[in-house]
Design a protein around this ligand. Structure first.
Ligand code: MIG
Length: 716
């Protein structure tokens, strides 16, 4: 039975385990150059689609339509009170305002996850979510914030034995309603008049993540230095302040690999400029900190100062080359941001992306190691910042963007603005400095951005609540195909304080991206800002990060080669254990380390769920046999951390920077019956009972941490 006319639906497999279901209200349009799907060809498969039900002999019914796809004409203004478009702005006629709606039966035996960067619980149903990139209000995002900086129209469903992915390949505004509109339905709507679904079926979450990476891109490779500790702050105003900051780290023997320069370094907020007095010689600065093992990263904003008459060439060149967005009448489109009136690169055009990529040469010539791209939702404002507080004024939905066959309106590429800016930046770095792995950090992103950039979760607050929601947020990013993520340690807005900062630092040891960052005018939060005792413990946390680098590096490799998350929800590792689905205040760091952070003031112990298996306390070697619950001590400085029986973990001796040689390393084996293996770059460890083989031999000490031994803070 088929409800929609055959000419308005297409269906075929693109991978033995990925089936494409594509519906159109009227005609299908040709694929776009920015299509993020990387599997174009049709392949044989065992999927069966009968017009209503998609099934597979391995799993039975995967998805069932509750009603025929239908359409209506729609407008876009706000969503659950959040501003998405300029007041009064209209979606242009045609596909832009055609909403197509699909109603699927909700699987009450399953839990729904994914949907990328959100503020609520990891388990998404019941709930309502939209995909539209915004810079949320600085008063603080919270559980009710419908839209964040990134958009991921990717839903995951899990029930024992099945991990199902549903990627809606639409860059237009879309929304997913999980059981709120109709208790028994999943309702998915998108503008653009076409619903192009990829249904991914796998036996385990790990296989599903691999397939998602095959479909939308494998996470980028990251250089080792980027896995070290990053120090940042909005408000480091002088070159000398940066040099002093780095010497402080060194004097205090605190490991550090990267310092970020926020907008303070720019000359009047011009992207690709340094302030002539405050940052007179960036190259000398890069060399000075480089000699201490530290690299510099600079922030870059997409808004280019609308300044065609000064010696600043970027705006002139970009205009002359036709690389900026233009109004319908051909005049330059301009909006307010940090440099007041600004021009915006049209990243949907390949030539504009190339031009933008070339601009990175300015930074590379000055010894900058990586690029941090911000405000790329894009965030645009109603009046100049120089005149005081300004409210947001989104880019008009009908603004032309793209070129040739891909000429379209902003509404189609809005969600891709950060994604394509990341692509342009990454490819520029690659072209200009092919001998080094590019490193780009982005705020806005879409599905597929993982190929071009890592990301942070934007402007959080120094609130316990924001610390608590970090784990669910980061593991959800990993489930959605973006494993390389972190949040501002200590909180961005607001003033942090000793206890919150410490608890944040001890959790952040396990973030794929570990950066301390805070807003202009807030209390200092460098590792020594809270006195000697806190500094001592915080140094220990950063040292632990450096000791774990060989393990983390291996996780980054698995992310790059297999699409695996680095921080994983418990159910990812224990998909057959229903209890593991319930504890989002714990996570797995890879497959071998369980963390159970403290995220509340004053608490010095907590309940921990131990999934099936043996769990060795990292600090004492006390062993717990799961599945079980325990109440565990968690004094400051000893966040509950456990190693999984049957696994091995490589640790390096602490060092101050990844540029220093490794002075010693150790393999900890946590025995369980039978055999196991583990690797670190250049080395494989295999064991069977007491027989241990290290290949190549000799490089690291091997310690079997037996169940009956006790240790105390036993760093190599
Ligand atoms: O309007 O560059 O999320 O990390 O410090 C604020 C200043 C602009 C927002 C980023 C934040 C950064 C800040 N930026």
């Amino acid at each position: 039975m088929s409800w929609t006319p055959a000419s308005h639906q297409r269906h075929h497999a693109v991978h033995p385990h990925i089936y494409r279901l594509h519906f159109a209200l009227t005609d299908f349009r040709p694929a776009r150059s920015w299509n993020v799907v990387e599997l174009p060809t049709e392949v044989p498969s065992q999927f069966e689609w009968n017009g209503t039900i998609l099934s597979h002999p391995g799993w039975g019914v995967l998805l069932e339509l509750a009603a025929p796809p239908d359409g209506r004409s729609a407008q876009l203004s706000d969503y659950h009170g959040q501003l998405l478009a300029r007041p009064g702005d209209q979606l242009p006629a045609g596909p832009a305002s055609q909403e197509i709606r699909l109603r699927l039966r909700r699987d009450h035996k399953a839990a729904y996850y994914g949907l990328g960067q959100r503020m609520g619980p990891m388990r998404r149903d019941p709930g309502s979510f939209c995909n539209w990139t915004v810079d949320p209000p600085s008063s603080g995002h919270h559980r009710g914030t419908a839209s964040m900086y990134q958009a991921h129209p990717y839903l995951m469903l899990h029930r024992p034995g099945l991990a199902l992915g549903l990627f809606l390949n639409s860059s237009w505004f879309s929304r997913f309603d999980l059981g709120l509109e109709h208790e028994d339905e999943i309702v998915i709507c998108t503008l653009g008049g076409e619903a192009d679904f990829y249904v991914l079926a796998a036996a385990t979450p790990a296989e599903l993540n691999h397939q998602l990476a095959e479909l939308t891109g494998f996470p980028m490779q990251v250089p080792l230095w980027s896995l070290g500790f990053h120090q940042s702050r909005w408000g480091y105003r002088e070159q000398s302040e940066i040099a002093e900051l780095v010497s402080q780290f060194r004097r205090r023997q605190i490991p550090l690999d990267v310092v970020h320069l926020d907008i303070d370094y720019m000359d009047d907020f011009r992207s690709f400029s340094f302030h002539p007095e405050r940052f007179p010689d960036p190259r000398a600065l890069a060399e000075e900190v480089g000699a201490q093992g530290v690299r510099l990263v600079t922030i870059i904003d997409p808004g280019i100062r609308f300044d065609l008459h000064s010696p600043y060439e970027v705006a002139r060149q970009g205009s002359a080359g036709g690389h900026f967005l233009r109004n319908r009448d051909g005049s330059p489109f301009s909006a307010y941001c940090w440099p007041d009136a600004a021009l915006f690169t049209d990243y949907a055009r390949a030539d504009a992306r190339h031009w933008w990529g070339e601009q990175q040469g300015f930074l590379l010539d000055r010894g900058i190691a990586g690029v941090w791209i911000d405000m790329n939702e894009p965030a645009t404002f109603a009046s100049p910042f120089s005149e005081g507080f300004s409210s947001q004024l989104p880019v008009p939905l009908g603004l032309p963007s793209g070129s040739g066959d891909d000429l379209t309106v902003h509404a189609e590429v809005h969600n891709l603005y950060g994604h394509q800016m990341a692509q342009a930046t990454h490819q520029g770095l690659q072209r200009l400095r092919p001998e080094e792995t590019p490193w780009v950090l982005t705020r806005s992103a879409f599905v597929g951005t993982q190929k071009w950039a890592i990301s942070w979760m934007g402007d959080n607050h120094s609130w316990w609540e924001h610390l608590a929601l970090t784990l669910p947020q980061l593991v959800s990013m990993g489930l959605s195909g973006s494993p390389l993520v972190g949040v501002d340690i200590g909180g961005f807005f607001g003033n942090t304080h000793a206890e919150l900062f410490e608890r944040w630092m001890e959790q952040a040891v396990f973030y794929p991206f570990m950066r301390n960052h805070s807003a202009l005018g807030t209390r200092a939060q460098e590792p020594w800002a809270f006195g000697a005792e806190v500094e001592e413990r915080v140094r220990g946390h950063i040292q632990l990060r450096y000791q774990l680098l060989p393990y983390l590096q291996e996780l980054a490799r698995l992310a790059h080669e297999q699409g695996l998350p680095i921080l994983r929800p418990l159910f990812f590792e224990f998909p057959a254990d229903p209890e593991s689905a319930l504890h989002e205040d714990q996570a797995m760091f890879g497959d071998a380390i369980l963390i159970a952070p403290i995220t509340r003031p004053g608490h010095t112990h907590r309940q921990i769920y131990f999934p099936p298996g043996s769990w060795y306390d990292f600090w004492s070697n006390q062993v717990v046999e799961g599945p079980t619950f325990r109440v565990w001590d968690a004094p400051l400085g000893k966040m509950p951390t456990f190693c999984r029986g049957g696994r091995a973990i490589p640790l390096d001796a602490p060092r101050l920077s990844t540029q220093e040689p490794i002075s010693g390393c150790i393999w900890w084996i946590f025995p369980e019956e039978g055999k196991g293996s583990a690797r670190r770059a250049g080395q494989v460890l295999e064991w069977q009972d007491d027989q241990v083989v290290l290949e190549p031999p000799g490089a690291c000490e091997i310690v079997i941490r037996r169940k009956d031994t006790r240790i105390s803070r036993d760093y190599p």
